[in-house]
Design a protein around this ligand. Structure first.
Ligand code: NAD
Ligand code: DAO
Ligand code: ZN
Length: 368
């Protein structure tokens, strides 16, 4: 079939919207009509050329929601008409990683996903007979996609696509980091570095679990207002408020119980660790730093009980946890609507990247 998609031809170039060829689903695969997709900082990271795994030409996008149109042979858990969220972190429930119960990093299709192809080693997308690569196993900047069954979370049919697409990455990443990775408890003090599409979801989850002080740090003063509406109790602007670590330590009588780095900057990663409380503070790295960058601290920071952790997709097991997060949104426990600041057509997708670069959007959503 033909479908409309935004093609990333090379690093640094704007996306080109065109009709591309999409082959139907093979064994274990599913054809999905994407109804909406968010534009995440990570799409920009790859498009900018900073991502060491970035492959071109490809179809980016990893934050979508849609409807199953067709299933290939051996697909047993989904059928046409089901509403789904594609998962860049799949859940096969059979690999060593899934069975360990210690991680959400299913490895069943990791090697081929990283090479921009389907599990059988080929791409379903092409243009003029030449293959276009998949991205993060999802490629939601295409109106139709073919995805492995294990990379689709089935969600309730009454959830609006234009909102729950954000659960495909940003919401789950932020909320999951609090609930599944850090396991923040009521009464804890929390610091959040970066109050964008991820950090604001960390904030609302910290409030949801009953955190005490929720300290937000951002260079953009325009983020203070929305951050307070999402649970932030104290706002620090590093350009105005001096030494960020000292300020946080003073506010919390020795440091926070949990910190979250939601920027992708190795300087703020160090600050996030060092503002943690001696003896037990846990710092969770969510932000993705540039290729080859390294984090630094004095080892004594760790010797004296501060801990560094990382979190991918919020530690969520996609097929199990994503439907629950959709339920929390539908029950009014999570606010997604206020974070979706712009709605665009696929033809306007490059405007979505520009809005993000200028810090004017929290989330832009493309509607097909
Ligand atoms: P965003 O651009 O929406 O937000 C980043 C925020 O950080 C902005 O508000 C910006 O003003 C602020 N900021 C930038 N530099 C700063 C500094 N030096 N000090 C203080 N504030 C600063 O980005 P996002 O969509 O929220 O993504 C954040 C990071 O998370 C990115 O690196 C992204 O690639 C990564 N990410 C990780 C995962 C994961 O699973 N680990 C998933 C999605 C995104
Ligand atoms: O299993 O080795 C692996 C990698 C899994 C990929 C997880 C990616 C999470 C961070 C990238 C940001 C996603 C938008
Ligand atoms: Zn697995």
């Amino acid at each position: 079939m033909k479908t409309k998609a935004a093609i990333a031809w090379k690093a640094g170039a704007p996306l080109e919207v065109a009709d591309v060829e999409l082959e139907g689903p093979r064994a274990g695969e599913v054809l999905v009509e994407v109804k909406a997709t968010g534009i995440c900082h990570t799409d920009y990271y790859t498009l900018s050329g900073t991502d060491p795994e970035g492959i071109f030409p490809s179809i980016l996008g990893h934050e979508g929601a849609g409807i199953v149109l067709e299933t290939g042979p051996q697909v047993s858990s989904l059928r046409p008409g089901d509403h789904v969220i594609p998962l860049y972190t799949p859940e096969c429930r059979q690999c060593k990683f899934c069975l360990s119960r210690k991680t959400n990093l299913c490895q069943a299709i990791r090697a081929t996903q990283g090479r921009g192809v389907m599990p059988d080693g080929t791409s379903r997308f092409s243009l003029d007979g030449k293959p276009l690569f998949h991205y993060m196993g999802t490629s939601t900047f295409s109106n139709h996609i073919v995805v492995p069954e294990i990379a689709l979370a089935k969600i309730r049919p009454d959830a609006p696509f234009d909102k729950v697409c954000y659960i495909g990455c940003g919401v789950t990443t932020g909320v999951g980091a609090v609930l599944f990775t850090a396991k923040v408890e009521a009464g804890a003090n929390v610091a959040i570095f970066g109050l964008g599409g991820i950090g604001l979801n960390v904030a609302q989850a910290a409030r949801m679990v009953g955190a005490d002080k929720i300290i937000g740090i951002d260079l953009n003063p325009a983020r203070e207002d929305i951050a307070r509406r999402f649970g932030v109790t104290h706002f620090i602007n590093p350009q105005q408020d001096g030494n960020v670590v000292d300020a946080i330590v003073q506010l919390t009588d020795g440091g926070v119980d949990y910190s979250f780095e939601c920027i992708g900057n190795t300087i703020t990663m160090r600050q996030a660790l060092e503002c943690c409380h001696k003896g037990w503070g846990v710092s969770v790295i969510i932000g993705v730093a540039g290729a080859g960058e390294e984090i630094r601290t004095r080892p004594f920071q760790l010797v004296t009980g501060r801990m560094w952790k990382g979190s991918a997709f919020g530690g969520a097991r996609g097929r199990t946890d994503v439907p629950k997060i959709v339920d929390w949104y539908m029950q009014g426990k999570l606010d997604i609507d206020s974070l979706i600041t712009h709605r665009l057509s696929l033809d306007q997708i490059n405007d979505g990247f520009d809005l993000m670069k200028r810090g004017e959007s929290i989330r832009s959503v493309v509607l097909y």
